[in-house]
Design a protein. Structure first.
Length: 162
């Protein structure tokens, strides 16, 4: 009886291994295919992100560059009324308009009231803003706010140098 039991056991083991191997090869092939697909999707995602950052950079440069180039001759006229009219036409607050030019809202207020005049760099920025409309001004402002939000704010005193 003993040899018959051993023969049955070995035959059962052999058949069980054969069935398990048939099931696991199909599963392992599916796993390999899924891994390949995941790797391909990751490559495509990386490529898409790279294109997106490139296009965002292009858009930032396009919006940031002034549409009307400043004249090199220095014959740009400044008028307090024109600054006030430009700001009202775009519908921006003095603070927002100051962000576009790169100054504080108090400076914009002083320009509008004729208490001060802009420097050359600020005058060039004002000339660049002359030709833009409401939508483009809001787009530039949104871009400036987004860049300001990305940059970490430094708080307190700077560290002491040793």
């Amino acid at each position: 009886m003993k040899p018959l039991v051993d023969a049955l056991k070995t035959e059962i083991r052999r058949l069980a291994r054969k069935e398990v191997k048939a099931e696991t090869t199909a599963t392992s092939q599916a796993v390999a295919k899924f891994r390949h697909d995941i790797a391909q999707l990751k490559r495509e995602l990386a490529e898409t992100r790279k294109k997106l950052t490139f296009l965002e950079g292009q858009e930032r440069r396009r919006i940031a560059e002034p549409d009307a180039p400043a004249s090199d001759e220095g014959d740009v006229r400044f008028s307090a009324r024109s600054v006030k009219a430009q700001r009202r036409r775009t519908g921006l607050s003095a603070a927002d308009y100051g962000k576009l030019v790169g100054v504080s809202q108090l400076t914009v207020y002083n320009w509008e009231n004729g208490k001060s005049r802009p420097r050359k760099a600020q005058l060039d920025a004002l000339v660049g803003l002359r030709g833009i409309g409401k939508r483009e001004a809001l787009a530039k402002l949104e871009l400036i706010d987004a860049n300001a939000a990305k940059a970490p704010k430094r708080r307190g005193r700077p560290p002491k140098k040793k």
